[in-house]
Structure formats: C-alpha cells, structure tokens
Design a protein around this ligand. Structure first.
Ligand SMILES: [Zn+2]
Length: 128
C-alpha cells in the first residue's frame, strides 16, 4: 500500500486532517487486516472473514462487499469513485473531502474491529 501516499511532501504539509487511528491503519496497512495479522503471526490464514478473498487495507476499503453501503456513502460525499490511486489526492483536496473519507474509514474499520472480535469470541466459545 505504499502507493497510497504518492506525494509524501504534499501529504506531510497538508493543513487539514489530523491523521487518527483508523486512517493510519488504512494508510499503513497495519491494522485489522487479516493479511497483516497473518504476517505478524496472530492468525493462521489471510482470508477475509466476510468474503474469503485476501484481506488487506485495499480489499477492505475499496473492494469487500461487506462494506458496500459505507463505501457508497463515502463516495457520494466525496463525489467520485474512490481507488487506491486517488484516495490520498482526494483527501488532500479539501477539508470537506478529508472528513468525508475519514468518516467512511472510521465507520468501516470500527465496525470491522468489533465484528472480528465477536467472531473470534464465538469461535473460542465453540472450540475452547
Ligand atoms: Zn472481504
């Protein structure tokens, strides 16, 4: 996901948008993404719990069908289809767009974290 921040200088110098916990997870790919959790040895497969594809930040934000509604709202607010190539430039364009993307990412990531926790707890209950 290095390509998410194509113009690091512009990003660092932007005047809006304090980068919070959820946005950081997406930009670094270090977070509640199964590929990452697999890489650090926390889980034993990289597949998305919702659809079975390899789960990383790009999968979660741009592709996974589980987040279709959240993605639709975010894209309507930003005013265009979001891709790994344009996400950061859209966030840099205005504070309004930054906030719209941030709201979408928070909605997706916070729900994902909660649901993954619930699924894990359920699995532990069934297979102690
Ligand atoms: Zn998925």
């Amino acid at each position: 996901m290095g390509k998410l921040i194509p113009q690091l200088g512009t990003w660092v110098e932007r005047e809006h948008g304090e980068v919070g916990y959820h946005v950081t997870q997406v930009l670094t790919n270090h977070g509640c993404f199964r590929e990452y959790l697999y890489d650090i040895g926390k889980i034993d497969n990289r597949e998305c719990l919702y659809c079975g594809e390899i789960d990383d930040a790009a999968h979660t934000v741009f592709h996974c069908k589980r987040w279709k509604e959240e993605r639709k709202i975010m894209e309507e607010e930003v005013g265009r289809r979001l891709t790994p190539e344009n996400l950061v430039s859209e966030m840099l364009e205005s504070e309004r767009k930054y906030k719209a993307v941030e709201r979408g990412i928070i909605a997706i990531i916070s729900t994902k974290e909660r649901e993954e926790r619930e699924i894990e707890e359920e699995e532990e209950r069934l297979n102690p």
